[in-house]
Design a protein around this ligand. Structure first.
Ligand SMILES: Nc1ncnc2c1ncn2[C@@H]1O[C@H](COP(=O)(O)OP(=O)(O)OP(=O)(O)O)[C@@H](O)[C@H]1O
Length: 477
């Protein structure tokens, strides 16, 4: 097996002092921030150099770093999970094809099974979903009618995906189903039939709920949903949720008020946690996590998968459609995603056609390919969005024109090519768009990420290269 990278496991005590610059995770109402006097003591800080050094140590609050068994000697997921996860789940896991652990699974699972709160910070496509689901299956009691695990996701699309994996793992062989109640997983997502869910939650609360913040809050406010039996709380794409003006205040309330961090195990996951030391500090001070929360930071010196080949092409801004066309003609991708920035409010008000629709029309009329060209964007209704994703998954060969709605968490492992028709607005957005490819954990296959830019945008892309530590090669066609 290829040599394995190690996680930087940092406890609260290993946090550096937060910078004074504004944090992504600052509350909307600054008055609710705790006094600065609760900042960590200087002796607790680690230098940024040591933060980047891959280490296998956990600093204990009162002493020098101690060795921590992160399960590096375990060769299979079964070995790591035996004694924690029920055997029928392990069998399903293997049937689905999860046998060898990814780095994040190898490093996080032992800590999670020991009951620690964790911030799972690992590359896109590294297997964070299975990591937290295995913890959940180790904790819940399927014989109890109570919501014991809650996974909060930013979009309906990601919610459907996570629910599907949870249900795959929960499925029991027929003979076992007769003996014991099987584990139900409820998807409580925006655009769903909340009335039906309300009756279900009242009659027989399921052990696992996957929810978007909006739908969850509606249920909590109607007092249909109680979190008093909650044992595991997961927030997936946590940096995105904190950065979303629509979701942040409800999320903060959920983390702080609805269930106490002392009674639950909390897992916050993302491939990108900007200002992560500040975030860790906020988590503890606001009591979103327990004070001994672990920061499991896999491969901090390589934020993006090494299987990605980054390229760019410079063109005049009026020539982007033609440039993209020549690119895809030359690449002939079997499955690719073309990312377009969301239309601005100003452009909408001016009555302009959405750039996604224009591009779709252009490609459908000028690019002859065997696969369909599909669309996924916020302005579509939930049913059309679901239909697009279903079609992509069933076909395996596709070209998808999408906004950043498709950039977070969506797992389409067959995608080999990403095109940035518009340059993403931030390095974090670049990382997540790029991360929609290269999603087969043990594959060496190279996938490409190509940005179409104007000469003025070259310096922005260079900035992303520096921030995310990758090199971009110029293409000439
Ligand atoms: N142990 C494993 N063996 C084989 N495949 C795996 C394993 N763990 C996860 N995968 C597969 O890897 C892919 C990526 O996993 P997952 O969606 O959990 O990534 P992620 O870390 O959540 O990524 P992102 O940050 O982009 O959301 C999925 O197709 C999943 O089925």
């Amino acid at each position: 097996m290829a040599s394995l990278t190690r996680a930087a496991l940092l406890t609260s005590s290993a946090m550096a002092k937060p910078s004074l610059s504004s944090s992504l995770f600052q509350p909307q109402n600054p008055t609710s921030m705790l006094p600065t006097s609760v900042a960590p003591r200087p002796s607790q800080f680690l230098s940024s150099a040591s933060l980047c050094r891959p280490l296998r140590a956990v600093a204990s609050p009162s002493s020098a770093p101690i060795e921590h068994d992160v399960g590096e000697d375990a060769h299979s997921l079964r070995q790591i999970c035996t004694g924690h996860v029920p055997d029928h789940v392990l069998r399903r896991m293997e049937e689905v094809g999860y046998v060898v652990p990814t780095d994040v699974q190898r490093q996080a699972l032992p800590a999670l099974f020991s009951g620690r709160d964790c911030i799972l910070h690992a590359q896109t496509g590294s297997g964070k979903t299975l990591t937290y689901l295995l913890l959940i299956f180790s904790v819940i009691n399927t014989q109890r009618s109570a919501v014991q695990a809650l996974i909060i996701v930013p979009t309906r699309e990601l919610g459907i995906q996570v629910t599907k994996v949870a249900r795959l793992l929960a499925a029991k062989p027929m003979e076992e189903e007769m003996e014991q109640k099987s584990c139900t997983v409820m998807a409580l997502l925006d655009g769903g039939m909340l009335r039906r869910h309300k009756s279900w939650l009242k009659a027989e609360p399921p052990p696992i709920v996957v929810a978007t913040v909006g739908s969850l809050c509606q249920m909590l406010e109607k007092l249909v949903f109680k979190l008093e039996s909650l044992q595991v709380l997961v927030v997936d794409e946590v940096d995105f949720m904190f950065n979303s003006s629509k979701q942040v205040s409800s999320l903060r309330k959920l983390l702080t008020f609805y269930s106490s961090s002392n009674n639950r195990q909390t897992i916050l996951a993302s491939a990108s946690i900007p200002q992560h030391r500040r975030f860790l500090h906020d988590c503890i001070q606001q009591k979103w996590t327990k004070s001994d929360v672990l920061h499991i930071y896999v491969n901090p010196v390589e934020p993006m998968p090494s299987s990605l080949n980054h390229r760019f092409m410079i063109c005049h801004k009026n020539k982007r459609h033609e440039t993209l066309l020549s690119l895809i003609k030359s690449d002939a991708p079997e499955s690719g995603i073309i990312f377009v920035n969301e239309q601005s409010e100003k452009s909408k008000k001016a009555g302009n056609a959405p750039p996604t629709a224009l591009l779709l029309e252009f490609l459908r009329s000028s690019y002859q390919c065997s696969s369909d060209i599909l669309l996924l964007e916020e302005d579509m209704n939930f049913n059309s969005r679901a239909a697009s994703l279903l079609e992509l998954r069933q076909k395996g060969a596709y070209l998808l024109v999408a906004t950043d709605l498709a950039a977070r968490g969506i797992d389409l492992p067959e995608t080999t090519h990403i095109y940035n028709f518009d340059l993403p607005r931030t390095a974090v957005d670049y990382l997540h768009r790029a991360g929609r490819t290269g999603r087969k954990p043990f594959s060496d296959k190279k996938c490409s990420v190509t940005s179409i830019i104007t000469s003025e945008e070259r310096f922005v892309l260079k900035k992303y290269e520096n921030e995310l530590m990758f090199d971009c090669e110029e293409l000439f066609l």
